[in-house]
Ligand binder design. Structure first.
Ligand SMILES: [Zn+2]
Length: 432
């Protein structure tokens, strides 16, 4: 039997939703899919063009970052320790008006792609402006991604007339749907407090008409809750429900300020939720009721958010924080176990992303999105089970990354991105 890539003599975590590890394992990849993942005895007959020695490594599915704003890498560390409204209105929106253009979106998204790939993310969902250029950067990097064009009722980068925001988004979807690539288009309505009812409904109509997902920030802060609650209705989630835009293709990012009725609406509509625990901590947004969401069968994934509000795109940090803050908040060490968090950042994220057949498991037939982690380090020994990935590993432990059967990073070297050039371009944009 022939394979394109064969990873030998490795420790294998084929399904992050379970604790099962296979020692002395191998993984074969052919035509961008897993063809074998199991004990070494099963790959004796496999010949491969490329053999990777997996000794001392853990092979596992890549991580899924379900929410970010890639061009905002330019604003990393620009304005920290501020309240959300002050941060947005007095720092981020003015910086965006000054700095965001297609070239900036491309280079800063290339930086985001480099950071994400290097830290083990194989699929990212992005929402911003100039998403053509974000998508181009992701394509060049070989990153699997959802690129969602931003919609907001203010003048925005690339969309100076907010009256044309839906039109611009429609043009983006139309163009991107002609591309056969790892980057799928979607829509990103900024929030219920920056988009009018009409805009939100038109965005959802466009999403339905074109068969794409609609991402939206919702129920992020107490301030948003009061903005929506006073003039419009009982809560941001009920507001969206009243507008008829919640369903399984509307992805609700944040959902911190939700009560039992809100969660019942989300569960009933089948809308996925994306939590960004570090962003919630840094902006002091509040604590999402993750245990309740999971009990109610709500599909939950994890995201880093833009790195201006995090300030890292490392999903290992996100998982660690996610598990620990839930335990602290409830004074319950049993709340949200590490295996559950690992599942949110892999299996759940893949399912929510809407990529056909993507499972974030290493089973024959699955798309070959996987990472190799260096276990030969003091902080990762002994390695009893995958919980250590949540509580001790970091993105810096990722050595090799394969996306859609293509090696995009090997032994710490990015193969699809000229990192020196990206760093130089972003540094010059940062000083402009
Ligand atoms: Zn966000």
């Amino acid at each position: 039997m022939k394979a394109d890539i064969l990873i030998t003599d490795t420790l294998l975590l084929p399904d992050p939703g379970s604790k099962t590890l296979i020692r002395d394992a191998c993984v074969a990849i052919g035509a961008n899919r897993i063809t074998y993942a199991g004990p070494m005895t099963g790959c004796a007959e496999i010949e491969a063009e490329k053999v990777i020695d997996g000794h001392g490594r853990l092979a596992m599915p890549g991580l899924v970052n379900l929410h970010g704003h890639a061009p905002m890498t330019l604003f990393r560390g620009l304005a920290d320790d501020l309240e959300l409204t002050d941060w947005l209105n007095n720092h981020i929106f003015p910086a965006e008006a000054r700095a965001v253009n297609p070239e900036m979106a491309y280079w800063c998204s290339s930086l985001a792609a480099a950071e994400m790939i290097a830290s083990g993310t194989t699929l990212a969902a992005d929402g911003y402006f100039h998403e053509h250029d974000v998508a181009r950067a992701f394509e060049d990097a070989g990153l699997r991604a959802v690129a969602a064009q931003g919609i907001i009722d203010f003048p925005a980068p690339g969309v100076p007339d907010p009256g044309k925001n839906i039109e611009a988004a429609a043009a983006f979807i139309k163009t991107r749907q002609l591309h056969d690539s790892l980057v799928r288009p979607a829509l990103f309505a900024h929030s219920p407090y920056t988009c009018s009812n009409t805009t939100l409904q038109r965005a959802k109509q466009l999403a339905n008409a074109t068969g794409v997902q609609l991402y939206i920030h919702v129920a992020e802060t107490e301030h948003e809750y009061s903005l929506i609650n006073e003039p419009l209705g009982p809560s941001p989630i009920k507001h969206l429900q009243g507008l008829g835009i919640l369903d399984e293709n509307t992805i609700c990012v944040h959902c911190v300020w939700t009560d039992q009725e809100d969660l019942q609406i989300i569960a009933g509509q089948g809308s996925p939720v994306v939590l960004c625990p570090q962003s919630h901590l840094k902006l002091a947004s509040g604590m999402a009721d993750l245990p309740r969401m999971l009990e109610m069968g709500i599909r939950v994934g994890l995201g880093t958010d833009g790195c201006a509000s995090n300030n890292s795109l490392d999903m290992f940090r996100e998982m660690d924080i996610c598990a620990k803050i839930q335990k602290l908040h409830r004074l319950d060490p049993v709340a949200v176990p590490a295996t559950e968090v690992l599942k949110l950042a892999t299996v759940n994220g893949a399912a929510i992303s809407g990529f056909p057949g993507l499972t974030a498991t290493l089973a024959p037939g699955s798309p070959a999105d996987l990472i190799l982690i260096d276990l030969q380090q003091p902080h990762l020994q002994p390695f009893y089970n995958g919980d250590l990935l949540v509580y001790a590993a970091s993105g810096a432990d990722v050595r090799t990354v394969i996306i859609d059967g293509r090696i995009v990073m090997e032994e710490g070297k990015l193969l699809t991105i000229d990192l020196d050039e990206v760093l130089q371009q972003v540094r010059s944009l940062a000083t402009a």
